[in-house]
Write a protein that binds this ligand. Sequence first.
Ligand code: PEP
Ligand code: MG
Length: 765
Amino acid sequence: MKHVEFFEELNKEDVAIAGGKGANLGELTQAGIPVPPGFVITSRTYQQFIKETGIFDDIMDILDATDVNNNPELQKASKDIKKIINGTEIPDDIKILIIEAYNALCHRIGKENALVAVRSSATAEDLPEASFAGQQETYLNVQGEDDLINYVRKCWASLFEARAIFYREENNFEHSKVYIAVVVQEMVEAEKAGVMFTVHPSTGEEKILIEAAWGLGEAVVSGTVTPDTIWVDKANGQVLDYQVSEKNIMFQKDPDTGRTVKIPVPDDLKNKKVLNTEEIAQLTELGKRIHEHYDFPQDTEWAIESGNVFMVQSRPVTTLDKMAGEAKAGDGSVERVIITKGLGASPGITSGKVKIIKNTDELDKIQKGDILTTVMTTPDMVPAMKRANGIITDEGGVTCHAAIISRELGIPCVVGTGDATKILKENSVVSLDGNKGLIYEGRIEKEAPKKEEATAVPTVVQQSILTVTEVKVNVSMPEAAKKASETGADGVGLLRTEHMMLTTGIHPKKFIVEGKEDELIKILVENILKVADAFYPKPVWYRTLDAPTDEFKSLKGGEDEPYEHNPMLGWRGIRRELDEPEILKTEFKAIKKLHNEGYNNIGIMLPLVQHSDELKKAKEIAREVGLEPQKDIEFGIMVETPAAAMIIEDFIEEGLDFVSFGTNDLTQYTLAIDRNNENVADLYTEKHPAIFKLIERVINECNKAGVKTSICGQAGSMPSIVEKLVELGITSISANTDAVATVREVVARVEKKLLLKAARKIIQE
Ligand code: PEP
Ligand code: MG
């Protein structure tokens, strides 16, 4: 294996030495596709560097001593290793080879000190680079020998980014067997760039999808801008649809420093089409050629400089529905055999060993990276869920415990399979697709594009999108508050209490009966504080305990919970809290304590109300602890019963600051479909017109009365529903952490559409 290979010498079989990126750039070059010239510093060079300099053992020692589940430890290990690599001189013999190749490249393109892009291209011995996609760095506009050497070393160091270390541990890859190649390529100073799929990326239809934005391609690849979207009919080259987006940001070379900078798009280009007909035709042609060459659908990146189109990356599309069982040998993807199906409850694709949990004594079986498979998760399982790569359940719908917690933890989850615990074999390796609800045999390498509830562009720039309709986030586990706040959400539209109570392992009533109310207050204060603090001064709506009897029975002191045939229609929510006011009072005392400490950002939200008397009584109990509703503290209800929606005027008359649609329950009660019953899960849909009718009347009445409206059910994470709610004039949307970015974009787009419509109407008049 050579230390350096020019693209002309590489092909797609060279993944082990050049990484996926390098190997495919070689393949494209050899196929006569326009690729900016360049070379690959092979994985051998990296291996020689870490061995020859003696740092290999130091790195392994640090990794051996690190618990990757302890985030501060992981971050420190990453920092220390990167420091070692970046602080180690590259031996002269290696340096010379890199510099010679650079000079040869400069000579070839006729530029002294040519600007190059330096891209990491990681690979394991026998795995395609796709497994490590997005984990290592790319550096643009690198110039001169010293800079090049410096950035090559940075690419090597990026093999030890914290997320990359964690990923390898999670997926049981040996650190010592994962290598990194580096692509060095003439820089294309793109005026426009983007990505292109040579088929519809999720259905496999014969359509080309192009996404395009101004400046360098990083803006599109990193999700910093919403690009223009163009669909082209592959058969006749006809443009089927051109969606122009507002493109606010672009990446470009700074003429003074030579560095890549992020700048605002000039006003006249923001809403202008990026691609003209000629460019779309050229890209389509290239897309078809590349697809034909590989004899397989490709996911590519392109750039246009001075009217010339270049391809800068190509890899197989491994995410097609229709490809189940059709994958071809040698393309890096695996044959997919579907073992069972359920409901996609938390997005993402993952693989791991099946561990079937029949009862909580078996939770120790779950090791990092396993697939926790059980009839239905319980709160005791949360620590094990955190270790798991994915969750599969027999029972449940998309708003069940497993679904809610997985989404918050960011773990792919499929619920309601009916039979997973019976047909999956203990210790067999499976993959699960949390978007489509499918369980496959064996390991799948690549993340699928996410659908309705996906996180599209969770970036800092995305967070700066301003919307009039607030976009908030739901929190069920206080320990996930920080991650939730990093979405930049405008507050917490639902802070669930159940997890806080259930993790004590003791029934809340037991604390009170045994005279330990203070202990319970302390637990609540500590938990609520984590959230109120992470979001301060943004509002956090604390939802009072909504304890279903079946879930609380397993707690110590829960033996007396009544047995109910249908707990969903039973003793839960505010009706139960008014029967047991001491628990509600304890919750209010905890909030009062925080309020006294200056946390005036906490509001109170009552679950499952069906009559305005319930609101009245709860307000009285709040007053008893010294909290004056609507004065000291925001006070509101969830609209989860059709009853509450039908008589919302009564609640308004009683007095409240806000309502929030709990569509998980509103759907089950409107459609008479138990949300946790997989037998009727196919009928469960928040898009039923009856639900919209209820929502619409509540929004109208509340808007008239100046009462805020929000949504915190799962429907608030679904773009098509969010669109309608914004059109109806909802005040805020509260989504799952993983959906905040997408929801924010949807809200911004709808608001603009509405403004445009209004403006047009005025002009016409
Ligand atoms: C709802 O019912 O929509 C809701 C958000 O509450 P939960 O899912 O906790 O019942
Ligand atoms: Mg509910």
